[in-house]
Write a protein that binds this ligand. Structure first.
Ligand SMILES: CC(=O)N[C@H]1[C@@H](OP(=O)(O)OP(=O)(O)OC[C@H]2O[C@@H](n3ccc(=O)[nH]c3=O)[C@H](O)[C@@H]2O)O[C@H](CO)[C@H](O)[C@@H]1O
Ligand SMILES: [Mn+2]
Length: 403
């Protein structure tokens, strides 16, 4: 009761202050009085001149109110602070999330489909038990067969991207004789309507035939030293490809394919073959059990693959994809070839063995069916409806520098 009285007295005094300033009479019974505390406090501060009431009791009252208001202000500031912190941490979280998303996106775009070594799973089939071709790998990369794509549509999509497809080809020693057919048939079938830049490695630039190239297509001849071992010529392609990408292709191309020269194009080869990392199923082994694949089987070699592992047997005659991804593949194969060479080991099928090891643990994002690598001597089969690119028949003894 006493405290109530004190309160009331304070209020009355304060109300007087308020009323003096605003020239409005206010009764202590006014229902607005409790709200007036704040207004009064500020009004009191605004008051000019000596205070009307000099009594000590009301002063103590004002101090009490001031303390209350100070406490209120402190709470207010704390609340604002908390809201601000809450906001900024939310925005930080948001930024962090966005950053992570960006990283994830970038990571996904750049990711190679790595799979662990020693994993036990069924060998994928290329042709199903019903004789139908399988259009997808068990890691969900397309296997490109006739009928799985619309040539007009897929070329139109990629043509809009204004891409350049670098194509490396090696013709050393007597292999220059394959150049004419290779280039002429490529001009008829290979990425027709696209910007194609051939990079031709040879030890005899004077043997390079004159072939009329289509619009936006060019050929650069690069001289390399001769070799008296065919194995050395084929495996060194990885190093040459790696160095060419480093020195030129990073700036000059979007995609790159490295192709055997002892070949001919018989059918369309277009944008359906484009992707991050491309391998081709070797025509000789697409119905073979993986333990019979001619992988390198000596554990001492970096190309070693155990009998219980393997997806497909990939041909060394075709490797392709985005410049960056082909670079990784070529560089890794070159490094593994160098390690083997230092131990005087040459894998069963040179760089093809190392490429098979690479593709087993770094899955291609698209796999080309044997339509994209056939052999002229092989009879046609039901599942391969169209032959696009094929190894010509050659007399090994006559064209290779060594047996
Ligand atoms: C169809 C297929 O997948 N073929 C692969 C297979 O045998 P191939 O019998 O197809 O190998 P190959 O004799 O065609 O040699 C591969 C390539 O090396 C170049 N070359 C070779 C010898 C020579 O004297 N001059 C010359 O320029 C030429 O570009 C040739 O196309 O195994 C080789 C590795 O051993 C390569 O991986 C080949 O790509
Ligand atoms: Mn060949």
């Amino acid at each position: 009761m006493v405290s109530c009285l004190v309160e009331l007295q304070e209020l009355t005094v304060l109300t007087k202050h308020f009323c003096r300033h605003n020239k409005t009479p206010l009764s202590p019974s006014c229902p607005l009085l409790p709200c007036m505390h704040i207004i009064i406090w500020s009004t009191d501060r605004l008051t000019v001149g000596p205070p009307m009431i000099t009594d000590t009791k009301p002063k103590a009252g004002i101090m009490k109110v001031n303390f209350f208001l100070f406490f209120l202000a402190l709470t207010g500031f704390s609340l604002i602070g908390l809201i601000f912190l809450g906001y900024s941490s939310t925005s930080l979280r948001y930024k962090e999330k966005r950053f992570c998303l960006n990283l994830t996106k970038e990571h996904q775009e750049n990711s190679n489909l790595q799979s662990p070594q020693g994993l036990s799973y069924k060998q994928p089939s290329v042709v199903g038990p019903d004789g139908k071709v399988v259009p997808v790998t068990p890691w969900l990369s397309p296997i490109v067969w006739e009928g799985t794509f619309d040539p007009l549509l897929i070329d139109s999509i990629y043509r809009q991207q204004n891409i350049t497809i670098a194509t490396t080809v090696f013709a050393l020693g007597k292999y220059t004789q394959f150049l004419k057919d290779f280039l002429e048939s490529a001009e008829q079938n290979y990425f027709v309507g696209f910007r194609v830049h051939y990079y031709l490695f040879t030890d005899q630039p004077e043997q390079v035939p004159e072939v009329k190239l289509g619009e936006e297509r060019q050929l650069t001849v690069l001289k390399v030293p001769s070799s008296n071992r065919w194995q050395e010529i084929t495996l060194r392609r990885m190093e040459k490809l790696e160095k060419l990408i480093e020195s030129r292709l990073v700036n000059e191309a979007d995609y790159v394919f490295s192709l055997d020269v002892d070949t001919k194009f018989y059918g369309r080869w277009g944008a359906e073959s484009l992707g991050r990392l491309i391998g081709v199923i070797h025509p000789g082994y697409y119905q073979t059990a993986r333990e019979q694949f001619p992988y390198e089987r000596r554990p001492e070699s970096q190309a070693f693959i155990p009998y219980a592992e393997g997806d497909y047997y990939y041909g060394g005659a075709v490797i392709g994809g985005l410049v960056k991804d082909v670079y990784e593949a070529a560089k890794t194969c070159r490094e593994q070839l160098d390690i083997d060479a230092a131990k005087s080991i040459e894998a069963a099928w040179q760089e093809e063995s190392h490429l098979n090891k690479y593709f087993l643990y770094n899955k291609p994002s698209k796999v080309l069916s044997p339509e994209y690598l056939w052999q002229d001597f092989k009879p046609h089969t039901n599942e391969v409806k169209i032959i696009r690119f094929s190894q010509v028949i050659k007399n090994y003894a006559a064209v290779r520098p060594n047996p």
